[in-house]
Design a protein around this ligand. Structure first.
Ligand SMILES: [Mn+2]
Length: 339
């Protein structure tokens, strides 16, 4: 039996200004804390393999200091002799300077379709990885998997690592479901022979075992989801990473390991109060009733006069909210004057 730590969509560098103009809590710290917490079992030597399913960073170019702090725990784990496999996501491609990682014998970056055979606990583990296919993944998936040469490698356990939507995957509070089309891979295109598909990209944790027609997939598709809530669309989702245990011959178990996720709250600024003082007093009461750790998105009631709104600046909001809270307007408060 081998044990894999699988994390994805860590989006490091989000809200991490190098020289902040204003002092407030930064979401980047939440993401980095969850990233290191997720890697902890590997740093403690409790897993045999680490897979990062892509979107390590929140965009394709980030400051070298962010790259350095992202790579540091991976290098530490690799130095322990635990292999680390990384799939480039849609925010990566060739923009991330990976030379620091690639020179390490225990680190593999799948910047082209490739199959590596690792020996872990006396078992041959074939790890096939593909970088994110951004255009027409449905059409290109099968040929890209074949380019990896996976059929030529003999192994006891086979993994397919990628960063794609598979039909049936769901996201958002409305449960948007990916259907087979250009943007999602057809379930039936996952070839027989893999024990598990490990994929990033879908920010909600889920495990797919059937396609939308109800047919069993040739291998379960594991999505660990993002390590923290990257947008309000994820406000109801639990966040974490996966520990997957595999035995030769198809025995597979997984555990979702939750990580702390900040609550996300929509707050409507009521328009019933007549004066600025009343609006402010009411808002102070509303904020005081919220979880002090929350990320709060304000929306104005349609009835609230524009003159009152303009006095409710984000600076004022921060001055009355706990310092542990993130609070901001979710939509512009001002309409551009016509003409
Ligand atoms: Mn992502």
């Amino acid at each position: 039996m081998i044990r894999i730590l699988f994390l994805a969509d860590t989006h490091l560098g989000i809200d991490t200004p190098l020289r902040p103009r204003i002092q407030r809590r930064r979401r980047g710290d939440d993401f980095y804390a969850n990233y290191t917490a997720a890697l902890q079992p590997a740093a403690a030597g409790k897993v045999d393999l680490v897979v990062h399913g892509g979107d390590m960073f929140f965009r394709s170019r980030v400051h070298p200091s962010i790259i350095e702090s992202a790579f540091a725990p991976l290098l530490q784990i690799a130095d322990l002799g635990v292999p680390v496999c990384i799939v480039p996501g849609n925010h990566e491609r060739s923009n991330i300077p990976c030379s620091l990682l690639e020179s390490h014998p225990q680190i593999a970056i799948f910047d082209h379709p490739l199959t590596l055979v690792l020996t872990l606990r006396g078992l041959r583990i074939a790890v096939t990885g593909l970088p994110c296919i951004r255009h027409n993944p449905a059409g290109l998936f099968v040929p890209e998997v074949e380019k990896s040469g996976w059929r030529d490698c003999s192994a006891d356990i086979r993994l397919l690592c990628m960063h794609q939507a598979v039909e049936g995957a769901q996201v958002g509070v409305q449960n948007y479901t990916f259907r087979s089309g250009e943007e999602a891979i057809r379930g039936r295109d996952i070839p027989a022979g893999f024990d598990a598909v490990l994929s990033g990209h879908i920010h909600r944790h889920q495990v797919l075992t059937r396609d939308l027609a109800g047919r069993r997939l040739n291998a379960p598709v594991f999505y660990p989801g993002s390590i923290e809530r990257t947008s309000f669309a994820e406000r109801e989702e639990e966040k974490g990473y996966l520990i997957i245990e595999l035995a030769p011959g198809g025995g597979i178990r997984h555990r979702f390991m939750p990580l702390p996720a900040r609550p996300m709250i929509d707050l409507t600024v009521d328009g019933s109060a007549a004066t600025l003082e009343e609006v402010r007093a009411q808002l102070i009461r509303q904020i005081a009733a919220l979880d002090a750790e929350a990320i709060v998105r304000l929306r104005p009631a349609a009835s609230i006069p524009a003159a009152l709104l303009s006095a409710l600046s984000e600076r004022w909001l921060r001055s009355v909210a706990p310092s542990t809270m993130n609070i901001s307007w979710g939509i512009p408060r001002y309409q551009a004057p016509a003409g």
